[in-house]
Structure formats: C-alpha cells, structure tokens
Design a protein around this ligand. Structure first.
Ligand SMILES: C[S@@+](CC[C@H](N)C(=O)[O-])C[C@H]1O[C@@H](n2cnc3c(N)ncnc32)[C@H](O)[C@@H]1O
Length: 362
C-alpha cells in the first residue's frame, strides 16, 4: 500500500481537482451534472496493510511513497485508517515487539475493520507458525477484543474467526454483511454507503428484474433487491459467493440468487451459447431483465460483457478505473444515453476516483 499525503485543510480543493480531471477526461460525452460524494477527511479506510520493519530491537510499521518501493517511511501515526484500527494498531505492535514468539519473522500486518466496530487482524510470517503461536496470540485477542488470522507459507491459523460482520444503514434499513479476510470489500465504509444509496436512487421505480455481474459479497445486491422483482447475480470468488449466500440468508432476502461463475460464462448462458447445471432450477428463461449492474475490477468489461450489458434497457456501471470506464463507454453510448454520472471519493489524497454511471437505451 502506498502512503497518501493526508491534507485535511486541502481536501475540498483536491476533490474539486479530481472532479475537474474527470470532466476533462470524459469531454467526448454529453454528461449531466456530475454528482459528487465526498469522504470523511481523515480515518476513512476500513482496511489497510502495513509492512513490518525489524531494526535491531525495534519494530515498526512502514509504508512506501507511491512509485517508490525502496525507501520505507516509518509510521508512528496514521490518519488514514478507521478509528478502530487507529485505536489498536500501535499498541498491538508494542505487545508484539516484546514477545519473540509473535515478532519473529513477522513481515506484514493487515487490518479489516467495520463501521460497526469489529476488527480482524492478519499477521503474515516468513516462517512456519503453529499452535504455540496460536496460544501466544490469545493475549492480543483478549487485550483488544479482536479476531486474528496467522499466515505463513501454505498455512492459515484462525483465532477465532476469519471474518467481520459489518452493519450498514441504508435509507433507514440496516443491512448485515459478512466480510471475509482476503476477499474483496469496499475500503471506505462511509463512501460505500453513499454508493449504495446512489445505486438505490437511480434504480428506484424500476420494473422487471436485475442481473448483476461482479457482485462480491452482495454489497450492492442486497439493498438493490428491494427495487426489483428478481435478482440474479454472479461472482467468481468462492469465498465471496459463500459470504453473499450467508448475507442473503441473514438479511432475509427472498428474491435473489447468487451464482459462482465468471461473468464471461453467465454472458454465454444468457446468450443461449452455453449450458450449465449451475443455473438449473433458476428458470432464467422466465426472467425479464430490464437492468444490469456491473462493478468490475480495474480492467473493466471485456468485449463480450460489453455486448451483453448493451442488451438491457438500463445499465448501472460502478467503476474503480476511469480509464477502462471511458473505453467501455465509447461502445455502450452507441446504444445508451448517460442519464446520471456520479463520482465517489473512495481514496482521498490519491488520484483514484470511483465513478457511477446510469445509462438508458435510446
Ligand atoms: C470491484 S469488486 C466489486 C465487488 C462488489 N460489487 C462490492 O461492491 O463489494 C469486483 C469483483 O469482481 C470479482 N470478479 C473478478 N473477475 C470476475 C469475473 N471474471 N467474473 C465474475 N466476477 C469477477 C472479484 O472477485 C470482485 O469481487
């Protein structure tokens, strides 16, 4: 992870600069007024990874300047991470420093926290870990009320859980999400709530069904199910699909099915070019998909998936990479009009910006 230069006093200006950059980048398109969703100025990141530096008897966290992996910067404060991570991270290292069984060949500590106040800490080692380590680590668990995962080559030890439970209030309703260590979750919880709220807003009064590609643990899917008759969503990661299934159950959502399948395969199934037992019993032929939601990785949508999303009347495109969004929009806007365009400042003080685009077929 690179170290952002946190400047709360310049936050508004930096965000305005980013928005101006997006306007310039998308100048080829007729954009509606851009909706801008800001971030808390400090303590906004719910997950963070830190390298651990050993220097004689000393032990400290380091980060690197963007583009410079050679010169570590010692961290004695961190304004970027959530209050829960901040509360624990330095005191945790103080205890590790004094305990040879915990500090020996520890090279990285990852934190996954929630707005609901839970915290999972992953400790990564360049040596085997065993039950002795699992005993020793209990002192950290008790002191900070955290869950801990130890990782060494080919081995994962879990003390007591490898997940956290997030609770997000979206339009007065609380949604509960299982978020599992080492699987994708949105890093900025407050901004994530705004993204879900925006997606709910653009799809309100929708008719028909929703198909979603790249659904993760159901982050958007669970709340959006209320705007549709049926929802079918797909995701490639087994861990995320299992979490989504748990989340569907615990939130009592009845009209949503999640498939573990690459989006490329679901595209082929929907086009009638592929058959698979995975969709047996879903009666996909009875679905009336009016809307598609995509939230792809940075690489954006492949050509086949672009063709597939263009088959629907409405498209909600959430993007973490304006470059690939731009490329995909060149094709999508041949058939669809951009109705809404939003930017979400998931990553303050960096050049990254999350975008949301809502399009309707001409
Ligand atoms: C940017 S994340 C979005 C996840 C989710 N929408 C959320 O808000 O948390 C992209 C997701 O796409 C999944 N993914 C990556 N390649 C995929 C593919 N070819 N087919 C389906 N899912 C894929 C990843 O596992 C990841 O969960």
């Amino acid at each position: 992870m690179a170290l952002p230069n946190i400047q709360p006093e310049r936050y508004e200006q930096l965000l305005a600069d980013k928005v101006a950059g997006v306007k310039a980048q998308f100048v080829d398109f007729t954009l509606p007024d851009i909706e801008v969703f800001d971030s808390p100025k400090t303590h906004y990141r719910l997950r963070a990874e830190f390298r651990v530096w050993h220097d004689g008897d000393d032990l400290y966290y380091v980060m690197f300047e963007p583009g410079d992996n050679r010169n570590p910067v010692r961290l004695d404060e961190c304004e970027m991470v959530s209050p829960r991570i901040r509360e624990v991270m330095f005191e945790l290292l103080d205890l590790i420093r004094e305990n040879p069984a915990l500090r020996f060949k520890l090279f990285q500590v990852d934190f996954l926290s929630t707005l609901s106040g839970e915290l999972l800490v992953s400790m990564l080692y360049h040596r085997p870990i065993d039950e002795t380590w699992a005993e020793e680590v209990q002192v950290l668990r008790r002191q900070f009320n955290i869950d801990i995962v130890g990782r060494s080559r080919g081995k994962k030890l879990i003390v007591e859980r490898d997940f956290v439970i997030e609770k997000l209030t979206i339009n007065d309703r609380v949604f509960e999400y299982k978020q599992v260590e080492n699987s994708f979750t949105q890093p900025n919880g407050e901004v994530c709530k705004k993204m879900i709220g925006w997606a709910l807003d653009v799809t309100q009064n929708s008719e028909g069904d929703l198909v979603e590609f790249y659904c993760g643990n159901g982050n958007f899917t669970l709340p959006l199910a209320q705007n549709f008759r049926r929802v079918v969503a797909t995701e490639i990661s087994k861990t995320s699909v299992r979490a989504a299934e748990y989340n569907i159950e615990v939130n009592g959502i009845q009209n949503l099915d999640v498939l573990r399948m690459p989006s490329e395969d679901l595209t082929l199934v929907l086009q009638g070019k592929k058959e698979t037992r995975k969709v047996a019993g879903l009666a996909l032929e009875t679905c009336q998909f009016s809307t598609v939601l995509v939230d792809p990785p940075r690489s954006g949508l492949d050509d086949e998936t672009v063709q597939q999303v263009c088959a629907y009347d409405h498209i909600v495109y959430i993007s973490c990479n304006p470059d690939t969004l731009l490329e995909n929009l060149h094709t999508i806007t041949k058939t669809h009009k951009i109705e809404r365009f939003a930017v979400f400042d998931q990553f303050p003080y960096t050049h990254h910006l999350e975008c949301g685009v809502y399009l309707t077929k001409y």
